[in-house]
Design a binder for this molecule. Structure first.
Ligand SMILES: Nc1ncnc2c1ncn2[C@@H]1O[C@H](COP(=O)(O)OP(=O)(O)OP(=O)(O)O)[C@@H](O)[C@H]1O
Ligand SMILES: [Mg+2]
Length: 248
């Protein structure tokens, strides 16, 4: 399978503090990698390094040729809150994912607009497409940002806690959508919910300053303890499952 992105002995962080140390990870075609780890462990930082938004302090990031210098990486950032005053419509947000496809005289080709409408329909927010993004619920906004990430026809889709704000109904649809998308793109998804991770991803990266890669969707309690990934057993819904404990 073709290599899309390779992190080789990467050290990364902010100012003087290192968040990731000696991290190596390869994203291949058709991968679906779940990223887990405690709060502050460096999951978002890892995703930023993969996306190219954060340059490593040392080590290397190699991109496969098809990624066109990183243009075909879709990124849904972790959203904790968003600016409700932001004066653009939902459709504008989605189209902003295709800025590199704008025509030289401005505006987007009809096919790009069609694609935006198709994605809005697929994620169930077409009816609100002309509303200001700030008028949407958190879950609807999350879907709009997912549409934006998909506008680049990504070969690698990075999702940082995509189910924040999203209701149970759309969560099911989301995983169905992701498994369809996974046929044509690799997915790297950060999640706190190990139950979700185990049932949808193919492999797991456990991040807590360093990265431990598991070549399968299951990870044992003992392994998590060794990697300093504290876990908790919780039961919400009919099946009890494990989620990561929140660090103080
Ligand atoms: N822009 C930034 N400037 C300085 N420090 C930062 C910045 N972003 C993150 N950090 C620090 O880097 C560390 C790792 O943060 P990161 O956001 O990667 O963790 P995370 O695993 O995604 O956590 P969470 O589960 O809360 O999303 C934290 O200690 C955080 O305070
Ligand atoms: Mg994070």
């Amino acid at each position: 399978m073709a290599m899309l992105i390779k992190l080789d002995h990467v050290y990364a962080g902010y100012h003087d503090s290192l968040v990731l140390e000696d991290v190596s990870l390869t994203v291949n075609e058709h991968d679906f990698i779940g990223v887990i780890g405690p709060n502050g462990g460096g999951k978002t930082t890892l995703v930023k390094v993969i996306s190219g938004l954060l340059k490593p302090v040392s080590g290397s990031v190699y991109l496969g040729n098809e990624l066109e210098g990183g243009k075909r990486i879709g990124y849904l950032p972790q959203i904790n809150h968003f600016d409700r005053q932001f004066p653009v419509t939902v459709l504008d947000v989605v189209l902003s994912g295709a800025l590199n496809r704008r025509q030289w005289f401005g505006g987007f080709k009809g096919e790009i607009r069609e694609k935006a409408h198709h994605l809005l329909e697929k994620t169930g927010i077409k009816t609100v497409s002309s509303q200001p993004i700030g008028s949407l619920s958190g879950g609807q906004a999350q879907r709009a940002f997912l549409c934006r990430a998909l506008m680049t026809d990504p070969l690698v889709l990075l999702l940082d806690e995509p189910t924040n704000f999203v209701d149970r109904e759309f969560e099911k649809n989301l995983y169905q959508l992701l498994s369809e998308l996974n046929e044509s793109m690799a997915i790297v998804m950060v999640s706190h919910d190990l139950g979700i991770i185990s049932s949808h991803v193919k492999t797991i990266a456990c991040v807590n300053k360093t990265l431990h890669y598991h070549d399968g969707p299951e990870i044992s309690t003992e392994q998590l303890a060794v990697y300093n990934c504290p876990i908790d057993l919780v039961a919400h819904g009919p099946v009890p499952h494990r989620v990561l404990k929140v660090h103080k």
